[in-house]
Ligand binder design. Structure first.
Ligand SMILES: *Cc1c(COP(=O)(O)O)cnc(C)c1O
Length: 287
């Protein structure tokens, strides 16, 4: 399944303010498992299967692309899945579209308080969850672990050596870590953070062994899931101009930043750019 889907991924070429840009359209993989989450899940599922698991458990917010993708892949693989969802108060509300679809795909949606959710990386808490769900293979929030990074190295192909600069959106840092690992030393990898703060630089430095990369938060619009009227207008303009859909959490912030950096000459016209469209369109708001 993974290889068949990966073969369908296409590149689109466009001129962005005079610069030739190649966009790798991971968003076109599949409506439910759009984008980088496909690559992040690949080796986690293969590992779970190899270890004999038939069930898995993971974490996410109520609109999480990772939850949407996990529910879909679990269903395809004949796995049962549990999603630990942040926000106990949501228990009493109708499921939003992300969770409704996940639940239709057979994911058991399990709401926890924000306090409990914060423990998601604590070894004690994970041990307790493992006791509660003894037959489940646990995948961390956002799907980021070494197997996810390995999967993300496959976003790049041998031909990509021709590019000077590779750009992507950054959340937990797993995707960019894979791109960095797969990049060549003459290339640079630039990450546009969806979150405020440069702590991700430390995180990614821990996950990789190279230093040909940088993460900036200049275009995060105030923080995770925050938007500005300017960003929403940008989405509308970009989609009209290039017929490429963006969503407000990750990809729009990256394209907005990239365009700005090209316009202001921070990125020079001689550079050959590869931009990873990481998908996430299931969580798109209408601008
Ligand atoms: C999750 C996600 C990201 C961030 O990926 P990380 O590996 O967590 O950095 C970027 N773009 C989209 C659309 C996503 O869903």
């Amino acid at each position: 399944m993974f290889d068949a889907i990966a073969q369908k991924i296409q590149d689109q070429h466009l001129q962005l303010h005079g610069i030739q840009v190649t966009i790798r359209r991971l968003d076109q993989i599949h409506p439910q498992i759009s984008g980088n989450k496909f690559f992040k899940l690949k080796y986690n599922f293969l590992e779970a299967k190899q270890q004999g698991y038939r069930k898995l458990l993971t974490f996410g917010g109520a609109y999480s692309n990772h939850i949407a993708a996990t529910a879909f892949v679990a269903d395809q693989f004949g796995f049962q899945s549990v999603g630990i969802i942040r926000g106990e108060e949501l228990k009493h509300k109708p499921l939003n579209p992300t969770l409704a679809t996940a639940s239709q795909l057979g994911m058991q949606v399990h709401f926890v308080s924000r306090e409990e959710y914060r423990l998601k990386q604590s070894p004690d808490y994970l041990a307790q969850l493992q006791q509660q769900f003894p037959e489940h293979y646990i995948i961390p929030e956002g799907g980021t672990n070494q197997l996810a990074i390995l999967g993300c190295t496959e976003i790049l192909k041998p031909d990509d050596q021709q590019f000077d600069l590779i750009c992507c959106a950054v959340g937990t840092g797993g995707t960019i870590a894979g791109l960095i690992q797969a990049s060549q030393s003459h290339q640079h990898v630039l990450g546009f953070s969806a979150l405020k703060g440069l702590f991700l630089n430390d995180e990614v430095a821990r996950l990789t062994s190279k230093c040909n990369w940088k993460i900036i938060d200049d275009y995060c619009c105030g923080g995770y899931a925050k938007t500005t009227p300017e960003l929403m207008q940008f989405i509308q303009r970009f989609e009209t101009q290039y017929s490429i859909p963006l969503e407000q959490i990750y990809t729009a912030k990256m394209m907005f930043g990239l365009e700005h950096m090209i316009q202001t000459g921070i990125i020079s016209p001689e550079q050959k750019l590869l931009v990873i469209h990481t998908g996430g369109l299931q969580g798109r708001l209408n601008p």
